[in-house]
Design a protein around this ligand. Structure first.
Ligand code: F0G
Length: 469
């Protein structure tokens, strides 16, 4: 076990530290979230990021092949022999012609980081590689999470492959809201053999319940409150930099749910800057769905700020009290980010502060149009992922992002995760519910299937008619 890594409370006024082998998710002194922190002076860190490019030549070695562990000097918390990898992170930055998505950015300035290409089809695998490594290091066997679907799919996959040090299989328990997660994701948890508890509750309540369960049972929690998860997710940013020849972009745009990614991205860049491996920070844009807009509400409307760790908790409390009082729950077609009480809120505030970040929100209709636009260009993604492009469009229209900025949108999950949302979009002509359709705008990107009789003349006529229109 590394004595050069430890856990540290993120509250600057507390900064209590704990040994790396403590399975803690929050600070015993003040209840704050924890970081994995490093004694960098006692670690060997490469003098330049281009060092990592050399690992391409040795990618027959599993650790050099992994898109997480080939950056292992930057998340050095476990002995090499306990590292878990299933080949995650084979995702490369894709340059996209902005005209193809009708975006007013200069040519060459738009990129998609397509995390749907991970083994379980979402960015979560970056985090699970690190969380399962931690579980091994801590000698834990039963692992669990609450999930809007992707965390549970990823956890179930890793648990089906990873083993404890003495060769015992891992046991996965996942808590999901009954009827709340997309079928593609549910099917993964079932297929990979996880004990799947469908709870009559939303994500926020499921997370609360599993936290209670970890206090009673020997159950290692792998939600993004687990600080090791976020260490793995830092690597998404390392690969973005690699795709840009180690030159930071101007903007990272990502969807915001439980705010693990935004927390990890900020930590990654702060550490790289401290280590002198980058010379400037990109800006961060976090995009909420309008139906799950806690962060945007608190930050953009109510002015909540990190404020050196002294953020105004009264603003947060009164927002949550109002949600409870009014019975308001998160509700969006982007079920992955249907979260009302993001646990990583403080870390996300810290990232926004460090990266001069902004928050915005987009409607479900905007998300679905952008999802179809992304699909039309060959990068199928699930609804939550498309929030990043929808948010970018808004930020350009508002003059926050300019045409000359270099932008990276994170596409967090694969298109096949939520086929219902895709087919639903393309088969309905208008936005909104059936009851609201009068006067509703057309779905601008819908590619409706054509019903045709089993008759060759009718089939050929349908093809010619489509060509002519
Ligand atoms: N995109 C996708 C596809 C997701 O699955 C999630 C989160 C997010 C974005 C939001 O990321 O939480 O880091 O802000 N999914 C979690 C889950 C909550 O349980 O699968 P975040």
């Amino acid at each position: 076990m590394s004595d050069r890594a430890f856990l540290r409370c993120i509250q600057p006024g507390c900064a209590a530290t704990y040994g790396i082998s403590e399975a803690r998710y929050d600070c015993a002194t003040c209840g704050g979230l924890l970081d994995v922190a490093y004694d960098w002076d006692r670690l060997t860190v490469p003098g330049s990021l281009s060092f990592f490019a050399e690992r391409w030549a040795t990618r027959h070695e599993p650790l050099d092949f992994s898109g997480v562990w080939r950056f292992r000097e930057l998340l050095h918390f476990a002995p090499q022999k306990q590292i878990v990898t299933i080949g995650e992170g084979q995702t490369l930055l894709q340059n996209v012609d902005p005209r193809r998505v009708d975006l007013a950015l200069s040519a060459g300035n738009l990129h998609f980081q397509y995390e749907g290409m991970n083994p379980s089809g979402s960015f979560k695998d970056n985090g699970m590689a690190a969380a399962f490594t931690a579980a091994r290091m801590l000698g834990r066997r039963r692992v669990g999470c609450a999930s809007t679907g992707n965390t549970s799919a990823s956890l179930a996959l890793y648990a089906s492959l990873a083993k404890t040090d003495d060769g015992a299989p891992m046991r996965a328990v996942v808590f999901v809201g009954a009827g709340k997660i997309a079928y593609g994701k549910l099917s993964q948890a079932l297929d990979y053999g996880a004990l799947t508890l469908q709870i009559d509750a939303d994500f926020d309540a499921c997370l609360q319940r599993i936290r209670e369960a970890t206090e009673r049972l020997d159950l290692y929690l792998m939600n993004s409150v687990n600080p090791f998860r976020l260490e793995g997710q830092k690597s998404i940013m390392f690969r973005v930099l690699e795709g840009l020849d180690w030159e930071p972009p101007d903007w990272i745009v990502c969807p915001g749910g439980n705010l693990g990614n935004s927390s990890a991205f900020g930590k990654a860049f702060v550490e790289l800057k401290e280590l002198g491996l980058i010379s400037r920070m990109p800006r961060l844009a976090i995009v909420n769905a309008s139906g799950a807009n806690t962060l945007n509400e608190l930050v953009s409307r109510q002015g909540l700020k990190w404020n050196d760790g002294e953020w105004d908790q009264a603003i947060v409390d009164s927002h949550y009290d109002a949600m409870t009082r009014d019975g308001r729950k998160a509700k969006t077609i982007a079920s992955a980010i249907e979260i009302g009480r993001p646990v990583n809120l403080p870390k996300a505030l810290r990232s926004l502060d460090a990266m001069n970040g902004v928050v915005c929100e987009v409607t479900d209709d905007e998300i679905l149009d952008e999802k179809a636009r992304i699909g039309r260009n060959g990068y199928g993604c699930e609804p939550a992922s498309a929030a990043s492009l929808a948010g970018l469009r808004k930020l350009i229209a508002d003059g926050v992002v300019s045409a000359s900025d270099r932008v990276v949108c994170i596409l967090t999950g694969h298109q096949l995760k939520d086929a219902d949302a895709t087919v639903g979009y393309h088969t309905s002509m208008f936005t909104g519910d059936a009851s609201e359709r009068a006067g509703a705008p057309r779905r601008s990107m819908a590619n409706r299937p054509v019903r045709v009789a089993d008759d060759i003349d009718a089939i050929c006529a349908a093809i010619e008619k489509a060509d002519a229109s």
